[in-house]
Design a protein around this ligand. Structure first.
Ligand code: INI
Length: 159
């Protein structure tokens, strides 16, 4: 059984403002992720004009752009999307680990949720499967995770 945020109850995105930050590198993978994220947000009730999409060169740049999106104060949550595909060199490992660490740091430092939609795959085929193929769309999942965290915060705060 596939366990993902999509298998959780529907999220309530009404009155939420969300930034999608997407890497251009491997854009044939990341654009379907961005479309999936947008689709999931709209389906959850986020208004079209409450979603802003920003592009960065590659996954390495995701953390800083997420941080900027948070610091501008216009968004309740961020969705970070990218695809790192293992190549011949260990560049892959640096990009994966720094992007992941940076995204985690940004959400922990600010308290603003960042849906983690960074694919880290051995092959293009694996990435395609996770960008709307046989393994679902991880952009959708990351968007729903961000909304789920906003809902959890509201629940914990008792609001
Ligand atoms: N960026 C990615 O988003 N995916 C990759 O697979 C990748 N590889 O393999 O190199 C990648 N590299 C670029 C990196 O994210 C930066 O944009 C670049 O180093 C400039 O800072």
């Amino acid at each position: 059984m596939r366990v993902s945020p999509s298998s959780l109850p529907a999220q309530d995105g009404r009155n939420r403002r969300i930034a999608i930050v997407v890497a251009r590198f491997n854009h044939e993978i990341t654009e379907p992720l961005a479309l999936g994220a947008r689709r999931a947000l709209l389906a959850a009730g986020v208004a079209e004009d409450a979603i802003a999409t920003y592009h960065v060169p590659g996954a390495f740049e995701l953390p800083l752009a997420c941080r900027w999106a948070i610091e501008c104060g216009r968004f309740d949550a961020v969705v970070a999307l990218g695809a790192v595909i293992r190549g011949e060199t260990n560049h892959y490992d640096y990009v994966c680990s720094e992007a992941s660490r940076g995204i985690a740091d940004a959400q922990l430092a600010t308290g603003v949720p960042i849906g983690f939609g960074l694919l880290t795959c051995d092959t293009v085929e694996q990435a395609v499967a996770r960008a709307g193929g046989s393994a679902g769309n991880k952009g959708e999942d990351a968007a729903l995770a961000a909304l789920a965290m906003l809902g959890l915060r509201r629940q914990i705060d008792g609001a």
